[in-house]
Design a protein around this ligand. Structure first.
Ligand SMILES: Nc1ncnc2c1ncn2[C@@H]1O[C@H](COP(=O)(O)OP(=O)(O)OP(=O)(O)O)[C@@H](O)[C@H]1O
Ligand SMILES: [Mg+2]
Length: 378
């Protein structure tokens, strides 16, 4: 291991467990939910894909955000690419071998009978591609659908979920599937906007965070650079929890400690969350919002109930407009759609804990409860 960036955690056992679960419940997908930047996509590519390949299953990855608003097209595109990989050999020899020979020594051959082309309609095309790919590869397909919550915002998400469901149940010998979704909200969004079938259909699991193994590798590398120094595991674990178990962020913190030769995790964490790199991004996001939304975030960051009578009065004072429950609802909805807020068990939360902490640190409740007409802007 040469640098902090080379530190990687493989989780083959977890991948094997998921695959075994899929094999034992044919027709029923697994849905893995975890907050952003936790390592879901990384796991699909680096752990699940190689294990599936090893076990004779054909992995196909599709990012449903690839073409916003058209998730089924993104899935079909992934299947078509996989089909190409299976049926069109790469390299010049392969291409020549596949070139149809129409005339040999002046003798004309008729065109080979062609199979019907794949259906145009995305739903039917999806079904046909699954069948064709399974047949061409001779393997069961593992369909990995990343960012499944895209279905919640797609205009025809309901219909797409219904066809995915139908194909996965009808073609259970040809295909199994893993869905991943980010945000605590994804699950409830899918359930409410795409309907209950998804909930009963997929087996919903919490995707586990990286644990001490990762932190120990970071500490080990720090030690190899600073022979006489060390980082306390318990301190680092606390910081990891604070930043929401995001491997990239904790790595950045340890990198910074290493650059400075410091062993003080708490100091490094404080420095990290107040660094310009972080605050510039948060400021840009915060001040790009309309005043009412900004005020709502301040209120939420301090843990107030957004629709309480006192809050409405404070919001009215701070935003300079008459704020009603329906206005609050609409603003909450917009913030939720933008991925800033999550709703968990009826409570609205700012999705990114660090962003929330920043807002509450830089905007005291006085800003909304005091005489000030508006929140301070930069
Ligand atoms: N197993 C791992 N070992 C080392 N680093 C990891 C691991 N998993 C994730 N990471 C780091 O965390 C970063 C974020 O991971 P990833 O993109 O997979 O998260 P995600 O949960 O898919 O995020 P999003 O919700 O934004 O799509 C990666 O770029 C990588 O640096
Ligand atoms: Mg991802």
């Amino acid at each position: 291991m040469k640098t902090f960036d080379d530190i990687q955690i493989s989780r083959p056992q977890l991948a094997k467990a998921y695959l075994a679960m899929l094999q034992s419940q044919l027709g029923r997908p697994i849905a893995l939910f975890a907050p952003r930047r936790i390592g879901k996509t990384y796991f699909l590519h680096n752990d699940l894909t190689p294990i599936a390949t090893k076990e004779g299953v054909l992995p196909v990855y599709a990012d449903l955000w690839l073409q916003r608003g058209f998730p089924l097209e993104a899935i079909n595109y992934a299947l078509e690419t996989a089909l190409d990989d299976v049926t069109v050999p790469s390299g010049a020899v392969g291409r020549i071998a596949k070139t149809p020979v129409k005339a040999i020594a002046g003798v004309q051959f008729g065109e080979e009978p062609q199979r019907r082309p794949l259906p145009e309609k995305a739903e039917l095309r999806f079904d046909a591609l699954i069948v064709k790919l399974a047949k061409a590869s001779g393997k069961r397909i593992l369909l990995m659908l990343d960012e499944i919550q895209a279905l919640a915002t797609a205009s025809n998400g309901d219909a797409i979920m219904a066809s995915i469901r139908a194909v996965l149940s009808n073609r259970k010998n040809e295909v199994c599937a893993v869905f991943t979704g980010s945000s605590q909200d994804a699950l409830s969004q899918i359930m409410s906007s795409v309907g209950a079938p998804m909930y009963q259909f997929a087996q919903i699991l919490d995707f586990p965070f990286l644990d001490d193994d990762y932190l120990q590798l970071l500490i080990g590398h720090f030690k190899s650079v600073h022979i006489k120094k060390s980082i306390d595991l318990a301190d680092l674990r606390k910081a990891f929890e604070y930043i929401g178990y995001k491997p990239e962020l904790i790595k950045d913190i340890v990198k910074e400690m290493s650059a400075e030769g410091s062993e003080d995790v708490e100091f490094a964490l404080r420095k990290f969350i107040t660094s310009e790199k972080q605050t510039t991004g948060w400021n840009a996001n915060f001040y790009a919002l309309p005043t009412l939304e900004q005020t709502m975030l301040v209120v939420l960051s301090h843990g107030l109930a957004p629709m309480a009578k006192d809050t409405l009065a404070a919001l009215t004072r701070a935003s300079g407009e008459m704020v009603t429950i329906s206005k609050v609802r609409a603003a909450l909805d917009r913030l939720r759609k933008a991925g800033v807020l999550a709703k968990s068990e009826g409570i609205y939360l700012i999705e990114d804990k660090l962003f929330s902490g920043y807002i509450s640190r830089t905007n005291t409740l006085k800003h909304v409860q005091g005489d000030k007409k508006k929140l301070p802007t930069k």
